[in-house]
Design a protein around this ligand. Structure first.
Ligand code: SF4
Ligand code: F3S
Ligand code: FES
Length: 256
């Protein structure tokens, strides 16, 4: 019987991490970069790497994950300076040195964990991101909700509904870093979604009230980093350009 026990295994890299550590609950301890080193494994995602660090090197390291499948949006963080989902990032696509930091803009909970949910709730309430039907006409409303929708339009709405509320677009946006009341690309995506929906009874004037100022479309400087980093590749560029044009016309009408 012949056998070869000298199986050559591929050499795995040593990955060196620099992770920004800070706990707002203990402000006396200043923010610091902490180094960790682990061996890369086949098919390793950043989610797996961070769990390995927490399990074997440092149980105090805090970060968020729920679905591990790019669905919940909770694992967004700055990975070598770019907002990305850790569970959808393969370490083989990253260099040996990996720097991790929490998403800027959002309230820091600890280390890599930020409270995107609180900000998203506030944005959603402000922009009223739910279907508005006409008051006082319940039967007409029901008929309208049940009406057949063109598949193409349904597809456009569905595409915008794929937003994970991960916060990557806001973290990447220069305007958001300068003004905390900016609704961000995620907000524009939501407005665009309800504006497209024929079941929503709001008019362009109503949408203008929501985003027709510097905290909305007129604050957007068309930097388009939002479009580049969106992990769901939502058509943010097209939707923002459309809303800007539409709202500019509305603004001119209002001024005349
Ligand atoms: Fe995340 Fe894209 Fe939604 Fe922004 S628009 S919150 S980047 S999924
Ligand atoms: Fe910001 Fe995107 Fe506008 S990056 S400035 S919301 S185009
Ligand atoms: Fe849900 Fe990454 S853990 S998107």
């Amino acid at each position: 019987m012949s056998g070869n026990n000298n199986i050559t295994r591929p050499q795995h890299r040593q990955l060196r991490f620099q992770v920004l550590r800070y706990d707002p609950a203990t402000p006396a301890v200043p923010p610091r970069m902490q180094a960790y080193q682990i061996e890369e494994a086949d098919g390793m995602t950043l989610f797996i790497a961070l769990n390995e660090i927490r399990e074997h090197l440092d149980p105090t390291l805090q970060f968020d994950f729920v679905c591990r499948a790019g669905i919940c949006g909770s694992c967004a963080m700055m990975i070598n300076g770019r907002p990305r989902l850790a569970c959808r990032t393969l370490v083989r696509d990253l260099p040996d040195e990996i720097t991790l930091a929490p998403l800027p803009f959002f309230e820091l909970i600890k280390d890599l964990s930020v409270n995107t949910g609180k900000w998203m709730r506030g944005m959603s309430e402000r922009l009223q991101t739910w279907l508005h039907t006409q008051e006082g006409a319940p039967e007409a409303d029901i008929r309208r909700i049940e009406e057949r929708m063109e598949p193409e339009l349904a597809e456009q709405i569905y595409e915008l509904d794929r937003c994970l509320e991960c916060g990557c677009c806001v973290a990447a946006c220069g305007t958001a870093q300068m003004r905390e009341d900016f609704v961000g690309a995620v907000g524009f995506g939501k407005v665009a979604r309800f504006r497209l929906d024929p079941r929503d009874s709001r008019t362009d004037e109503d949408f203008y009230e929501l985003i027709g100022d510097d905290t909305g479309v007129f604050g957007c400087m068309s930097l388009l980093a939002c479009h580049d980093v969106c992990p769901k590749s939502l058509p943010l560029q097209t939707q923002i350009a459309f809303l800007r044009r539409k709202m500019a016309v509305m603004g001119l009408k209002g001024a005349s």
